[in-house]
Ligand binder design. Structure first.
Ligand code: NAP
Length: 267
């Protein structure tokens, strides 16, 4: 079989959008390196992908809340002698509630995972990509990064960082054979909302959620075409367009309505 030595590294490749991206990459005959925390899920997904697509799948169990973890991932990949042609920065989490009530250590962990993890992994693998003159990077941002998000303020801030940082390095690297693509999903049917403890919100209770396979396909196609940015889904494009035209206070009010807890009905 051809091209067996090309590798894609996917953080958070065991669930949701990352799992679907891993499937698409494997179907395109990329060997995979999957990075997330739960070892048994990593082993299960690796087995499924190997069976489905006859590719090699390496797993690295690592907690990307920790500042040293991205560097340890890079060292492990180098020790295995693998060359990463595609880097998918996808693992991220949300946290729900008013900022004044939040556990600051949870918020700081989230900033490390959602920003520090992406930046550190990119910094490491970019040096190899520059040396070889080619490479593809997919940063999973969010439409949340295009508007202030009361009740998810830090999460929205992390995604704003990813969206603009991605566009900045895309520009810096555009003549160097390396593409950088930002994927901006809207609400998607994954475990994200459980982990963020926001099942009470209108966004979960009342609003439609996209299929992670469809979101991943949009991201995969943009990654392969080397596009700078893809907002997945027509209504999400409309929402981003409106948020960009509104004053921040109006965008924040509209986002609050989407994210506030659903009022409990009296019996
Ligand atoms: N779902 C949405 O509505 C939505 C909307 C816009 C953007 N996004 C973005 O899409 C991306 C994927 O999210 P998803 O919805 O697919 O969520 P998900 O189903 O919860 O998957 C998250 C993945 O990241 C891994 N992960 C979480 N915390 C980690 C940590 N500390 N260290 C290492 N790995 C960790 C998880 O595995 P372990 O728990 O085993 O570590 C899992 O594989 C994120 O960047 C998210 O911000 C999601």
């Amino acid at each position: 079989m051809e091209n067996k030595e090309k590798y894609a590294l996917v953080t958070g490749g065991t669930s949701g959008i990352g799992r679907a991206l891993a499937e698409l990459l494997a179907a395109d005959q990329y060997n995979l390196i999957l990075v997330s925390r739960d070892l048994s899920e990593l082993q299960q997904v690796a087995q499924e992908l190997t069976q489905n697509h006859q590719v090699r799948v390496h797993t690295i169990s690592k907690d990307l809340f920790k500042r040293e973890s991205p560097f340890e991932v890079y060292d492990e990949v180098k020790n295995l002698g693998l060359n990463v042609e595609v880097l998918v920065n996808n693992a991220a989490q949300g946290a729900y509630g008013e900022f004044k009530d939040m556990d600051i250590n949870r918020e700081l962990d989230m900033i490390q995972l959602n920003i520090g993890g992406y930046v550190a992994l990119t910094s490491c693998f970019l040096q190899d990509m520059l040396a070889s003159g080619s490479g593809k990077i997919l940063n999973v941002g969010s439409i949340a990064g295009e508007a202030p998000g009361p009740l998810q303020s830090v999460y929205h801030g992390t995604k704003a960082f990813i969206n603009t940082w991605s566009a900045s390095i895309q520009y810096e690297l555009k003549d160097k054979g390396i593409t950088v693509t930002a994927l901006l999903p809207g609400a998607t049917e994954t475990d994200f909302f459980n982990k963020a403890e926001m099942n009470e919100s209108r966004m979960v209770q009342d609003m439609p959620h996209a299929d992670p396979e469809k979101v991943a396909k949009d991201g995969f196609d943009a990654l392969m075409s080397g596009d700078a940015k893809i907002i997945s889904g027509f209504m999400n494009k409309v929402q981003v367009g409106m948020a960009n035209m509104q004053p921040d206070s109006m965008a924040a009010a509209s986002m609050y309505k989407q994210q506030k807890p659903v009022e409990k009905k009296e019996d």
